[in-house]
Design a protein around this ligand. Structure first.
Ligand code: ADP
Ligand code: MG
Length: 757
């Protein structure tokens, strides 16, 4: 099918002429002479804006061209709006159909035109009837020679039509579709697509797709199959899209700057939209898909780039770390940093020294040593004369960080305090007081750190230990607290690169790619519930041999009471069974004092079997734990499971993880076998994305953000995403045309805002 033609002015060409003229300092002979006439020909409205161009002064020319550009921008914005009219304006769409389309999430003409097919069906093979083979799906074309109606049973009527193409006969058969009787006329030519069946020597097609010969719309080509809803057939939706494309096609305007389109070898937007509905085959379809996916990703990345730019323009203080203090910190460490830890610290120092706030994501597998890097960053910020804060997702983790940091910072002139939600009264007052006077250098805590009433004297760095909660919300709260504050986010487990580039799109990324301690030491076994007893028999042996470890129960909000009871019951049972080993219980509802006592006892080995809900998942560093039993392992996410497994064998000593589960869904089965078979966190993260899909992985708050991607696929399109990101960030370094900003706002504005809540 031909691409609809357009009478649109050649915007790209006009823009090129403007750019040329600018470069030449408004003195280009060819432009001066020809601009007006050129515009007169293609865009009279524009010509009016540069009337008398040849005789203007360079200053006036500059002004005139600026007006011209504004006018182009306005026109483009209008164009995009022209497509965002309600779906009722599409030809053939009445109230009834509109309602059905809305069910599919199609609100506007643009939504309709960019409805992305779920797949393509190959109906392109045309075969002479004499050559059709049993079981093949093909298109045949021929004249209707005879029709018959057969009542097989009271509720089963069959229409049988003999089709003749000169080489042979084929029978098209429909069941219970009486209207076909009048629609298929004897003597006329039609084209049929369907699966051929040869029965008793007779060629048949049951319920074929058919249309008058020569249409080549529902048959005889590669046909897009759309998401559907009851009451709206594929054929009907396809016809609506075709008519709408006929009317609105000419209004489809290119969004991507021409240079970008050329560099990335993309189609025009119009070609791409036509190409997904009228593909000439899988390759043409892929080229069209690629263009539309790129466009989406580009706009999304442009939104992120603009936000980053705005954030940077707010400015920040350049921090200059004291090299002596940093050296002392490094010399104090009981080990040598890995190469990637060093690289991350150098990048952080560069960011701190820059006159804009750092936004850096530190990722690495469980046990890759992120904490030391975070501590180093704090030393840098503090040695530069500011304060630092470390925010952990739970109180237990905050306390652990407090201990670990004190250890790492020993001997340095740094005063560290712990602030938890449960710290009240005089203690709290004193901490807040000293904090605001700048006497506390490093404050560690939970989100309580960024609550009302907590005032830093000069917060230079905030470290956020996010675990896998994608704590966009905290991050934004923090931005509000300290304008220009440097931010370092640590993720608990690796994040797939596509996700990192979108959800953390404004961040620079440091990856800790090697493990300080080889981690091939943890054996993972997946056992069925029926073999639980064998697991606990092994646990008994381990405990008798002096080992320590965890039994983990899932805990989710919806079934919290039940989950807690399960953990408590197990604790009672195991206490009776292994009283000599010291069996402890840990869960989120325990009073902070009690949590602390249990953790301390576990660390010291007075408790050697710790029954716990998921609270330990988040980064506890008890180095001599060597076994882990995960009950109802099918209820955990893959990354969560991996994070749990990271709790054992932390010094490279052999360790074992038992996942007890009888999964009931295919998804859970895939998750558990991936968990058993993969021990690399980066591969786990990708597998998690593949199994769960982006929406689910990101959780509800971010879902809207990614669900706006109609074409791009965060699993497949990494290469495209990287290219789009590069182009978007490149463009954002310069002036971004207003129509593009408007388009970013229109498509992603709400989602980008939501990230900011
Ligand atoms: P994670 O990245 O999971 O948060 P941690 O920061 O808790 O990892 O580090 C895991 C363990 O490895 C800790 O016990 C830490 O002291 C140790 N560690 C960190 N860096 C190194 C290193 N370069 N060499 C040896 N051990 C290290
Ligand atoms: Mg950690």
């Amino acid at each position: 099918m031909a691409v609809p033609t357009t009478k649109e002015p050649p915007w790209a060409l006009i823009e090129k002429v403007i750019a040329l003229e600018r470069r030449k300092g408004y003195q280009d002979e060819a432009v001066i002479g020809g601009l007006e006439a050129f515009l007169e020909l293609h865009w009279p409205e524009g010509a009016a804006l540069v009337r008398g161009y040849a005789t203007m002064s360079p200053d006036d020319r500059e002004r005139a061209l600026a007006h011209l550009e504004e006018a182009i921008d306005r026109r483009k914005r209008e164009k995009f709006r022209a497509l965002s009219v309600p779906i009722e304006e599409a030809p053939g769409v009445g109230k009834r159909v509109a309602k059905l389309l809305r069910k599919l999430g199609i609100e506007t003409v643009e939504d309709l035109l960019t409805t992305f097919p779920r797949r393509l069906e190959d109906r392109s093979r045309r075969v002479p009837i004499a050559q059709v083979k049993d079981g093949e799906a093909v298109t045949v074309q021929g004249a209707v020679r005879a029709k018959s109606r057969i009542k097989v049973r009271p509720k089963l009527e069959l229409i049988k039509v003999a089709v003749d193409d000169g080489t042979g006969l084929l029978f098209a058969i429909w069941f219970n579709q009486p209207w076909i009787w009048d629609e298929v006329e004897q003597g006329k030519e039609y084209s049929f697509f369907g699966k051929v069946q040869i029965r008793f020597g007779e060629r048949q097609m049951e319920n074929p797709v058919w249309e008058p010969a020569g249409k080549d719309f529902h048959t005889g080509r590669w046909v897009p199959i759309y998401p559907s809803t009851e009451g709206l057939s594929q054929g009907a939706l396809r016809a609506i899209i075709k008519r709408t494309l006929g009317r609105f096609g000419p209004l489809i305007e290119d969004l991507l700057p021409e240079e970008v389109r050329k560099r990335q070898k993309l189609l025009s937007r119009r070609q791409a939209i036509v190409g997904i509905h009228f593909p000439d085959g899988p390759q043409g379809f892929e080229a069209a898909r690629r263009t539309l996916a790129f466009e989406e990703l580009f706009l999304l990345q442009l939104g992120l780039a603009l936000r980053k730019k705005r954030w940077r323009e707010e400015g920040g203080k350049a921090l200059v770390p004291d090299p002596d203090m940093v050296r002392k910190f490094l010399e104090n460490l009981p080990f040598k940093l890995t190469e990637s830890q060093e690289r991350a610290l150098r990048a952080i120092e560069r960011d701190l020294r820059a006159p804009y706030p750092m936004m850096r994501l530190l990722q690495g597998d469980v046990g890759s040593g992120k904490t030391v890097v975070a501590a180093g960053a704090c030393v840098m910020a503090i040695s530069a004369g500011t304060q630092a804060a470390v925010m952990a997702p739970t109180e237990i983790l905050a306390e652990q960080h407090f201990l670990v940091f004190q250890d790492l910072l020993r001997g340095l002139p740094i005063r560290t305090e712990l602030l938890l939600g449960s710290v009240r009264g005089k203690d709290r007052g004193r901490i807040l007081e000293e904090l605001s006077r700048g006497e506390i250098d490093l404050l560690i805590g939970t989100h309580a750190l960024f609550q009302e009433g907590v005032e830093f004297k000069d917060l230079g760095l905030a470290v956020i230990d996010e675990q896998h909660r994608f704590g966009v919300v905290q991050r934004e709260a923090l931005k509000k607290k300290g304008k220009g504050t440097n931010i370092l986010v640590m993720s608990a487990t690796p994040i797939p690169r596509t996700v990192a580039l979108t959800l953390y799109g404004e961040f620079s990324i440091s990856v800790l790619s090697e493990m300080p301690i080889p981690q091939k030491n943890v054996r993972t076994v997946w056992v069925s519930e029926s073999r639980r007893e064998e697991v606990y028999a092994e646990v008994e042996q381990l405990l008798r041999a002096g080992e320590k470890g965890y039994v983990i129960f899932p805990l989710v909000e919806e079934s919290e009471e039940m989950d807690l009871r399960a953990a408590t019951a197990a604790h009672e049972e195991l206490s009776r069974r292994f009283p000599w080993a010291g069996v402890g219980l840990m869960h989120g509802r325990l009073p902070p004092e009690e949590k602390r006592r249990v953790m301390e006892a576990f660390r010291r080995g007075e408790i050697r079997l710790l029954v716990s809900t998921t609270v330990v998942e988040v980064g506890l560093d008890v180095r001599d734990a060597t076994f882990l039993v995960i009950e109802h392992a099918d209820r955990f996410g893959l990354s969560q499971l991996h994070q749990l497994r990271g709790r054992i064998g932390r010094q490279g000593q052999p360790a074992v993880c038992f996942a007890i589960a009888d999964p009931t869904t295919e998804e859970a089965r895939r998750r558990l076998s991936a968990f058993r078979d993969i021990d690399d966190g980066f591969r786990i993260a990708e597998e998690d994305l593949r199994i769960r899909g982006p929406g689910d992985l990101l959780g509800t708050a971010q879902h809207g953000f990614v669900s706006r991607l109609k074409v791009a696929d965060l699993i497949r399109d990494l290469g495209l995403l990287e290219a789009a990101r590069e182009e978007a960030f490149r463009l954002a370094r310069e002036e971004v045309p207003g129509y593009l900003v408007a388009e970013v706002e229109r498509r992603f504005g709400e989602a980008l805002e939501r990230l900011e809540v």
